[in-house]
Design a protein around this ligand. Structure first.
Ligand code: NDP
Length: 305
């Protein structure tokens, strides 16, 4: 395997987390301790693992974590009341509502209840709208992590043609918005696209966020394309299961100039940028207190990385 082509997400995430720790220490000298409130509704096993990992990572960075566990049958109003309490608490910098939620809770309503200044997942419509306008807002963590990997690999992305495969609200759409903001020409393909492969063959950058194991092989790629594989798919391999991406790594490797592995590519970046967003939110809230004339959306602005 040509190791030099590998984009090492673990190493990149470690660099981001090192910067986060540094930023936390700097805030602490001003009497500010960033705090992340994590809300888990129900007992979905995967969500429990994700929440545990987020809390552990926060603590490693010096970010105070506050865990709120609600029963699976918790009434929606109780969740909304908890979010309102956390919104009003000046000691809470960021609020993360672990998804998916039980079916009786309206996801959009719950996400919209979070103060956009504390919306460290970047899912509130004020942040979504701000991102689509090219403003510096709290942006979703996975695509922000992909941008970091791309900029570390390619430097300036201006003029590159990027194809994003997938148009979900949490990955595909914000990814496209971030690439546009970085002055790429962006094509988004999805399940209704006519000949997604032919469009992808034109791309300098391919971001795969489909949720279909190893769908994208070398035949989708222009020679020298940079490939970011967001997919995390568990497949059965003989008598054991393992994780693979949306890209057929072995097939794509010779064709790509750089590629993320799965695991160890995009995965570690998501949590690193959750910590980054929490520190940014804490800093912005402190600045908004010093400059009380800032509007909420101005207060939510953050500089790139
Ligand atoms: P969604 O299921 O929400 O979206 C998948 C997208 O892929 C949809 O837009 C869909 O199109 C499109 N699609 C499906 N089939 C095809 C096809 N044959 N050709 C082209 N497009 C297709 O998934 P997510 O965006 O939430 O996640 C995508 C992957 O990324 C998953 O494997 C997920 O596990 C992973 N993931 C990884 C994260 C990380 O931290 N590394 C974080 C989040 C997700 P349409 O809209 O038309 O249905």
């Amino acid at each position: 395997m040509n190791i030099s082509k590998l984009i090492d997400g673990k190493a990149a995430a470690a660099r981001v987390l090192q910067q986060v720790k540094h930023d936390v220490l700097a805030l602490q000298t001003q009497g500010i301790t960033p705090a992340l409130a994590v809300i888990l509704v129900g007992e979905d096993p995967a969500s429990q693992v994700y929440v545990r990992n987020k809390i552990l990572r926060a603590e490693e960075c010096g970010i105070r974590s506050i865990e709120h566990r609600l029963d699976a049958d918790c009434p929606q109003d109780r969740l909304l009341a908890l979010i309102a309490t956390l919104n009003a608490d000046p000691a809470v910098s960021g609020i993360l509502l672990q998804l998916p939620l039980p079916a009786h809770i309206e996801e959009t309503r719950a996400l919209q209840a979070i103060d956009p200044r504390k919306d460290v997942d970047g899912f509130h419509s004020e942040n979504v709208g701000g991102l689509s306008q090219g403003r510096d807002v709290l942006a979703p963590c996975t695509p922000t992590g992909c941008m970091y990997l791309l900029e570390q690999t390619l430097g300036d992305l201006t003029g590159k043609h990027a194809v994003v495969i997938g148009r979900s609200n949490i990955v595909g759409k914000p990814m496209a918005a971030l690439l546009l903001k970085a002055h790429c020409s962006v094509t988004v393909v999805h399940s209704r696209s006519t000949d997604a492969r032919a469009l992808c063959q034109l791309a300098d950058i391919v971001v795969a966020a489909v949720g279909r194991p190893r769908m994208i092989d070398a035949s989708w790629l222009k020679p020298g394309a940079v490939v970011i594989d967001v997919g995390i798919n568990r497949i059965q391999d003989g008598d054991r299961s393992r994780l693979v991406g949306d890209v057929d790594f072995d097939s794509a490797l010779p064709q790509a100039s750089a590629i993320t592995p799965v695991p160890g590519g995009v995965g570690p970046m998501t949590i690193a940028f959750l910590m980054h967003n929490t520190v940014t939110a804490a800093r912005q809230q402190a600045q908004a207190q010093v400059q009380p004339h800032n509007s909420p959306s101005e207060a939510a602005c953050l500089s790139a990385y």
